[in-house]
Design a protein around this ligand. Structure first.
Ligand SMILES: Nc1ncnc2c1ncn2[C@@H]1O[C@H](COP(=O)(O)OP(=O)(O)O)[C@@H](O)[C@H]1O
Ligand SMILES: [Mg+2]
Length: 279
């Protein structure tokens, strides 16, 4: 299978803010290689500051990598001068805070219709309205509420609005940067289930960033683990979860809260194993 997205040896640095002397640039992402197949989910995990968002922003071309390659359907993304419209329509994003990413003064209808107005010049207003209703239905929102503004909705419903907007242009890939981390636990699972169903129905692929390995396991085909800008583990989701090869992955698993007795037992075993290697 040819990859939908192929990242090779990605390196992203930021200028350090040494005021009086030159300091070495800060390496946020170092030699990261990842691939995503069409219609699949790559889960990217790692603690805060490990470089996950910087990978996401590189794919969205919001930051320019220092070196490495990002190919989308074979096209080199890092060489774009200005990001072409076709790329914006095929690669969409949803973010952690739907409140911040939805214009509070717009109606739901306008928010979801915006990408259609930008990318589908040939769509008339009737067709746009029909498509908005279809999208709202797809994400489990009542199209009759499309005249409401974001403030009228709960956090989970707002994330549904963000998902509907991301789906409007029928993207091949959605970069999901911690889309459920700000939601309460029960809402998290409904949004994850929604994203899974949307994937089955539309064939969209996800780069799904999160820090809860237990949750990511259920929605990812493959899992990649980042630590201090580097990739420390990558493999089939179940394998990474059940049989992590890297000590850091084990620690991440250990840190995820769990109420499942089997999982708690497994964590105790990992803790014991780590203690044994430390001796
Ligand atoms: N625009 C920026 N300028 C300087 N440093 C940045 C910038 N963006 C991210 N960083 C730094 O890069 C590192 C990785 O950040 P980030 O990719 O946001 O990690 P994560 O999403 O895993 O929490 C952090 O140390 C962060 O402070
Ligand atoms: Mg982040």
């Amino acid at each position: 299978m040819s990859a939908l997205l192929q990242i090779e040896n990605l390196r992203v640095t930021f200028k350090s803010s040494g005021l009086f002397r030159k300091t070495a640039p800060f390496v946020a992402v170092d030699d990261v290689s990842l691939r995503i197949e069409p219609g699949q989910t790559l889960g990217l995990v790692g603690e805060s500051g490990s470089g996950k968002t910087t990978v996401a922003r590189s794919v969205l071309r919001l930051v320019r990598p220092e070196s490495g390659s990002i190919k989308f359907q074979g096209t080199e993304v890092t060489e774009f001068g200005r990001v072409p419209k076709w790329y914006r329509s095929k690669v969409q994003a949803i973010f952690q805070d739907p409140t911040a990413s939805l214009n509070p003064s717009w109606t739901v209808r306008d928010i979801v219709a915006e990408p259609l107005r930008v990318h589908e010049a040939k769509m008339n207003s009737g067709a746009i309205e029909a498509r908005v209703a279809e999208l709202l239905q797809l994400v489990g929102l009542d199209p009759a509420l499309d005249h409401q503004r974001p403030a009228a909705f709960s956090g989970g419903q707002r994330q549904r609005i963000g998902i509907a907007r991301a789906l409007a242009t029928e993207p091949e890939l959605i970069v999901c940067d911690e889309p459920v981390s700000a939601l309460d636990v029960s809402t998290q699972s409904t949004i994850v289930n929604l994203l899974n169903r949307v994937q089955r129905e539309t064939g969209v692929a996800y780069l799904f960033i999160g820090h809860d390995l237990g949750l990511m396991r259920h929605m990812s085909d493959r899992l990649a683990v980042m630590y201090h800008g580097k990739l420390v583990e990558e493999g089939p989701a179940e394998q990474v979860y059940q049989d992590p090869q890297n000590d850091y992955t084990r620690l991440l698993l250990d840190a995820a809260p769990s109420y499942d007795p089997a999982e708690q037992r497994r964590k105790r075993e990992i803790r014991r194993a780590l203690a044994a290697t430390a001796n």
